[in-house]
Design a binder for this molecule. Structure first.
Ligand code: AVJ
Length: 323
């Protein structure tokens, strides 16, 4: 592999991806409480909308995690040591990994793993310029389906997974532990996981972060319906569904809903699904953790927390997990 080569490994063919989207939508809408997995937010339009969410005044996670990285990337880099292969499942934008790569000693390779190929490739151009000596090997894959870390040219001391943004919060705790266990196997003995985890805080702050005044999160949520129209030939009225974000305290999660404004149907894949007024589709869970919850999650995955870094408010955390 030539460093800087514009290579894109496809783990899945795009018609498989369309078939999976259809299957997940049909299965999800047939549930007593309809739901669609959040990974389908991220087509190119959805990825751009998510980048805008990260800039919103109400959406604290991105800038808070960036603050931690700005303060602590040196410490994290010291922990990781030299000749690292850094793998980033669900990489979105290059700003966070750039801070981390800058603090590493002779990093060997950076492997972003992303469903949305175009969005990922365009975000790599500045990284290639900033880190000409780091082999950059993008993998186009759904990381929840499993993937392999590609071989690299130079000797490697440690494999590490960088999983920022509290993406782990999208998964119910049992699935989150299974995903972390899969990451542990991927990095192997001596490997590490640098994990961003959003923490418990005031419900008002949480709900505002997922229901911004400018309506960008609403557009992001509704883009799922537009994708269904465009890619699955679904017959539906996207504007007939409103956006809602609620803090579910007993389950310790934010839930995003698409709420039917009146009686209507969604026709897709030969099936018709009816919605009364106020019926809703769950489109995302975003779990929030306490440190003891994170310790328990790590233990369930066969990992332990070696270090934790926080922002000044204690709103967000970066966890160093080791096998
Ligand atoms: C990318 C899953 C971490 O849960 O905060 C942002 C996605 N959804 N606004 C989150 C999201 C609505 C985000 N994660």
């Amino acid at each position: 592999m030539t460093p800087g080569a514009n290579h894109l490994a496809h783990d899945h063919r795009s018609d498989d991806a369309a078939g999976e989207f259809m299957a997940d939508v049909l299965a999800g809408l047939a549930q007593p409480q309809p739901l669609i997995p959040p990974k389908y937010f991220y087509d190119d339009t959805g990825s751009r909308l998510f980048d805008r969410i990260c800039e919103l005044p109400e959406y604290y996670p991105t800038r808070t995690e960036m603050q931690i990285l700005e303060q602590s990337a040196g410490d994290i880099g010291k922990r990781l040591g030299e000749r690292i292969v850094l793998v980033e499942p669900g990489s979105g934008s290059s700003a966070k990994v750039s801070l981390l790569l800058k603090s590493l000693h002779h990093p060997v390779a950076y492997v972003p793993v992303e469903i949305s190929g175009e969005h990922m490739l365009s975000s790599l151009t500045p990284l290639r310029q900033q880190f000409p000596n780091v082999e950059i090997i993008p993998v186009c894959a759904d990381f929840t389906a499993g993937f392999t870390i590609p071989a690299v040219g130079a000797p490697v001391a440690r494999r590490a997974i960088f999983f920022p943004g509290s993406t782990i919060g999208n998964f119910p705790p049992e699935d989150a532990a299974a995903l972390l266990a899969q990451f542990r196997k991927l990095v192997g003995a001596g490997g590490a996981i640098v994990l961003g985890v959003d923490l418990h805080k005031d419900a008002g702050v949480l709900e505002a972060a997922y229901n911004d005044a400018a309506g960008v999160t609403a557009a992001f949520n509704r883009n799922l319906l537009t994708r269904m129209q465009q890619e699955l030939g679904a017959v539906l009225d996207a504007d007939g569904f409103g956006h809602r974000a609620v803090w579910n305290a007993p389950e310790s999660r934010i839930e995003m809903h698409l709420v039917s404004r009146h009686r209507q149907s969604i026709e897709v894949g030969g099936s018709t699904f009816w919605f009364e007024a106020d019926d809703f589709i769950i489109t995302e869970f975003s779990y929030k953790y306490s440190q003891s919850g994170i310790d328990a999650l790590a233990a369930e995955a066969g990992l332990r927390v070696g270090a934790t870094w926080l922002d000044t408010h204690g709103w967000f955390s970066i966890q160093y997990l080791e096998a």
